[in-house]
Design a protein around this ligand. Structure first.
Ligand code: HEM
Ligand code: CA
Length: 324
């Protein structure tokens, strides 16, 4: 069936919904002026990390005790940046928040929409990435999230699984937690060991591939810098930094098989993260009042073809759990 498209006021683009028209200019501004013309470098990585740290700060468990539990993907991390970027797990995010603020000021999106959109555009610059969901219509925060809701690399799998289950009202179990960690294929740490900022989590931090899953399974022998930092364990490759949490989740008996299933499985590294990002990016928001503008996100350059395909189990899990 043909979908009727609307002509956008910019005279250039068309969209399936007029509400998406404004995103073309935001995308192009981000690409030119934040992402160096469309690269998968630190600003792209940090914009993707920021989506998680905004969205995960929501806790039905706190709400059930009568305590405000945060609003999820509500922009609070930027709106109340003085408060939230001072929380320990948000260390370093003050920089990307400050870099994004002028873009937020010159466009007309909610802060909540902007943060998730910038992460989706940043990821789209990484070869091999999935096309991530872009929605508009989120409602902005009126108060900061409380501290203590963002996972730390020194947390145990029990703590991380419990936190993600709480934030997602049971959707993100230990299997989907592994799916979320695909993001660490395009990642580096600046503050875990501040003596070696920019230490990547795999050997290909500018490519959305499955090397992260392989390399976290290898025997750890070395540290990129000083070692004995909180949340860091030995890595297998010179210059690479391994988080204790990634190490532990890769080996926990509840998640180890799922972790190994990503090795050399590029279709899975794309599809499963695409699925969990869609849901994470709207935590705390009502999907029925959002407009899906994913078409504005360019389809990332593919890497090579791979042997593996999704299993029936992968497909049914992501279908059954889909909220949309
Ligand atoms: C669930 C447990 C998680 C823990 C404990 C964790 C922890 C960390 C830590 C400690 C860093 C390094 C920060 C620094 O020192 O600069 C990092 C980086 C990053 N994380 Fe996670 N993370 C988790 C999940 C996620 C998820 C779900 C995403 C998805 C969006 C994500 C995306 C990233 C990205 C893209 C970076 C790289 C940032 C950069 O290169 O500057 N992480 N994470
Ligand atoms: Ca990689």
């Amino acid at each position: 069936a043909l979908t009727r498209r609307v002509a956008c006021p910019d005279g250039v683009n068309t969209a399936t919904n007029a509400a998406c028209c404004q995103l073309f200019a935001v995308r192009d501004d981000l690409q030119q002026n934040l992402f160096h013309g469309g690269l998968c470098t630190a600003e792209a990585h940090e914009s993707l990390r920021l989506t998680f740290h905004d969205a995960i700060a929501i806790s039905p468990a706190l709400e059930s005790q009568g305590i405000f539990g945060g609003g999820g993907a509500d922009g609070s991390i930027a709106i109340f940046s003085d408060i939230e970027t001072a929380f320990h797990p948000n260390i370093g995010l003050d920089e990307i928040v400050e870099l994004q603020k002028p873009f937020i000021a010159r466009h007309n999106l909610s802060v909540a929409d902007f943060i998730q959109f910038a992460g989706a555009i940043g990821a789209s610059n990484c070869a091999g990435a999935p096309q991530l969901a872009a929605f508009v219509g989120r409602v902005d925060a009126t108060q900061p999230a409380p501290d203590g809701l963002v996972p730390e690399p020194f947390h145990t799998p029990d703590q991380i699984f419990a936190r993600l289950a709480d934030a997602s009202q049971g959707e993100f179990d230990e299997i989907l937690t592994v799916w979320l960690l695909v993001a660490h294929t395009v990642a580096a740490a600046n503050d875990v060991d501040p003596t070696v900022p920019g230490s990547p989590f795999d050997s290909t931090p500018e490519v959305w591939d499955t090397q992260f899953f392989v390399e976290v399974l290898l025997n750890g022998t070395t540290f990129p810098g000083t070692g004995n930092n909180q949340g860091e364990v030995a890595s297998p490759i010179a210059g690479e930094l391994r988080l204790q949490s990634d190490f532990a989740i890769a080996r926990d008996n509840r998640s180890a098989c799922e972790w190994q299933s990503f090795v050399d499985n590029q279709p899975k590294a794309q599809a499963m993260f695409q699925f969990v990002f869609h849901d994470l990016s709207i935590f705390g928001q009502d999907i029925n009042s959002l407009v899906d503008c994913t078409e504005v996100v360019r389809i990332p350059t593919p890497i090579e073809r791979f042997r593996h395909r999704l299993t029936g189990e992968d497909r049914s899990r992501s279908r059954l759990r889909s909220r949309a």
